[in-house]
Ligand binder design. Structure first.
Ligand code: ATP
Ligand code: MG
Length: 412
């Protein structure tokens, strides 16, 4: 039997709740897998097995698997009887499919009931491969590794594995709404939230009607990337150009960014409550730009009755860019667009907004009516993982076409 075997990390630590998280993992990946083939999906021995007889579907599942939140490692495995002869036979069959001059065998026994040790398996299987291929054993930097995973009633043999992002299954922590600008940071914030088990909806504010929805395409491309990690993704779009212009006419210029952010947060909070999201997410980090000081964040935060999470708060730009590259959003984020925040932007924004001053000004303005007007023109649509045209389509190449692709091979 051939299977993609998914290993978990965070879920493995769950002890009593493990069955629940495995059920969540399977529930979250089943609809994703049904896009690429017919599979049997089940949990066994702290792993998830994705099984099919169809080679092409299996290959596609293997490409997709590292994107599933909760999956730390995926192996394309052959299941055999847990005896050394059968294991060696499966390893030899795999060895015939690739060319290599050095290799190692790495065995783990999760079940100790068998009459052989891991080193014994390494030796026997290694000797068989050596005899057949005349490749040499290299324990430090082998060209090819064969992984043997000995379970209770079967052994899994693999020569290909791909590292996933680990974390928790999407949906297992609830649902959140991410303020999604199209910059570098908010897609990373959305991704990190997914990795902690949140299903993430997106809301984008544009300066419409002062700026057309010019970056609609960019939002869509970014959302398609994020959808690879969580499946179909909802985007809301709200034009706040009118509100911004009214604010610009009534509030001190240096405070315009803070007022605009408060408006965004309030509108997002309304949407979150309307559509069942338990938290808001932003891509703010501390001290990155003028609006992201402790004082300003406090004033911005005060506008929303909904919990606001800031997954990037302690990360520097380099770390954020590193993740953006890894998840494939960076090259899209840096494409030129018009951010509504740049509209009416003061040259010297306030870095220490005072809550009292902000509240005093705001209470004299019909901001809620303005915001409701903006919400009346709410648009929403769903974005799906971009399978077509991606390397998944033909089952070749690496999944993420970025500068730093997901790592294939050893994950030690
Ligand atoms: P990003 O790279 O995500 O745009 P940034 O470094 O440009 O972030 P800001 O422009 O200060 O920082 O935005 C901080 C956060 O506010 C963003 O990460 C995002 O969550 C939210 N935000 C900003 N502009 C918008 C927008 N037009 N629509 C939705 N959310 C926005
Ligand atoms: Mg921005």
């Amino acid at each position: 039997m051939k299977a993609i075997v998914l290993h978990v990390e965070d879920i493995a630590l769950k002890k009593g709740n493990r069955p629940y998280f495995f059920r969540q993992l399977i529930a979250s990946i089943r609809p994703r897998l049904s896009d690429v083939g017919d599979f049997r999906v089940f949990a066994k021995d702290n792993r998830v097995f994705v099984v099919t007889d169809d080679e092409r579907s299996l290959e596609r599942a293997f490409r997709l698997a590292p994107c599933f939140m909760g999956v730390a490692l995926a192996r394309k495995s052959t299941s055999v009887q847990p005896d050394i002869g059968a294991i060696a036979g499966a390893a030899l069959a795999l060895a015939e499919q690739s060319a290599f001059t050095s290799f190692k065998v790495e065995t783990r026994r999760s079940s100790k009931k068998h009459p052989f040790t891991s080193p014994e398996v390494n030796q026997a299987v290694g000797a068989a491969i050596q005899a057949k291929t005349s490749a040499r054993v290299d324990l430090t930097k082998p060209e090819q590794t064969f992984w043997v995973d000995v379970l209770q009633d079967e052994a899994l043999v693999a020569s290909e594995q791909v590292k996933g992002f680990g974390g928790l299954p999407v949906g297992s922590s609830g649902r959140a709404l991410c303020l999604f600008s199209g910059g570098i940071d908010s897609p990373v914030a959305a991704f990190l939230a997914m990795q902690r088990g949140l299903k993430v909806d997106l809301v984008h504010f544009s300066a419409f009607p002062y700026v057309r929805f010019v970056n609609e395409e960019k939002q869509r491309l970014l959302a398609e990337r994020l959808a690879l990690f969580q499946g179909a993704t909802r985007i809301y779009r709200v034009g706040i150009g009118e509100v911004q212009q009214r604010l610009a006419a009534h509030v001190p210029k240096r405070l315009l960014v803070v007022f605009t952010r408060r408006t965004m947060l309030r509108i997002a909070a309304t949407l979150a409550q309307r559509f069942g999201c338990g938290a808001l997410l932003t891509g703010e980090s501390l001290g990155q730009v003028a609006s992201q000081t402790l004082e300003n964040l406090k004033v911005i935060d005060q506008a929303s009755p909904v919990l606001t999470l800031r997954p990037l708060i302690g990360l520097g730009k380099q770390a954020i860019v590193g993740i953006a590259r890894q998840i494939g959003t960076f090259s899209i984020s840096i494409q030129q667009d018009e951010d509504c925040c740049q509209l009416f932007l003061p040259r010297h924004p306030e870095t220490r907004a005072g809550l009292e001053e902000v509240l005093a000004v705001e209470s004299g303005l019909p901001v809620h009516a303005w915001e409701e007007e903006a919400l009346e023109a709410l648009e929403s649509y769903d974005v799906f993982p971009a399978l077509q045209g991606s390397p998944l389509e033909n089952g070749g190449g690496t999944l993420i076409r970025e500068d730093r692709p997901l790592v294939y091979g050893s994950v030690s």
